[in-house]
Design a protein. Structure first.
Length: 194
């Protein structure tokens, strides 16, 4: 009799364990709710800068609705990166990268995270990966060129693509600061040595 009671308790506990929900609990296809995830992600974006704690909760709820909603992973990664949680940010950008394979943003964000963590070679490779999926992506081009000139100046100086990238940034840079930065670096790279 006690054996049957123990089996019943174990089965009940096992049933409880399978009904757990949360942002990283695997979901069946039928349980996913991409529209709710999208709605919650848009709601989070609206408060992203003014109330990051609320934005994080909304993004976690979005991932509970649909674990494979790439924009929620990417935005959650940005929140983590802003507060210095490099491990959490990298993890979210990896998720976003897998769920948004044709977009450069998760790859760019992962590269920025790796650069901040001091993993420069990995960061440069991830910048290149972003440019493979979206050739000419200006934000990636700017970040990769800055990274290469900051951390690998000798290598960058001898690479003609850096000069070409600087020319592109000096013409199309997303701000006057970027255009000026590129023009100054271009002058220093092309100036004759004495």
């Amino acid at each position: 009799m006690k054996c049957w009671a123990l089996i019943a308790v174990v089965m009940a506990l096992a049933g409880c364990a399978t009904t757990r929900t949360g942002p990283y609990t695997p979901q069946s296809e039928a349980a996913r709710n991409p529209l709710e995830a999208q709605r919650l992600t848009q709601e989070a974006v609206a408060v992203f800068d003014t109330d990051p704690e609320k934005a994080e909760l909304l993004l976690r709820d979005a991932l509970t609705a649909d674990l494979f909603h790439g924009p929620a992973h990417n935005n959650l990664g940005v929140l983590y990166l802003r507060r210095g949680d490099l491990y959490g940010a990298a993890s979210e950008f990896e998720w976003a990268r897998k769920t948004l394979p044709g977009l450069p943003d998760p790859r760019l964000n992962l590269a920025l995270t790796l650069e901040r963590a001091g993993r420069i070679d990995d960061a440069i490779e991830e910048y290149r990966s972003a440019l493979e999926v979206y050739p000419g992506h200006l934000q990636t081009l700017q970040a990769m060129t800055r990274c290469r000139l900051r951390y690998r100046p000798e290598e960058a100086r001898d690479d003609p693509t850096v000069t070409s990238d600087l020319r592109e940034i000096s013409l199309r840079g997303e701000s006057a600061e970027w255009r000026t930065w590129a023009q100054q670096r271009l002058l220093s790279l092309t100036a004759p040595t004495r």
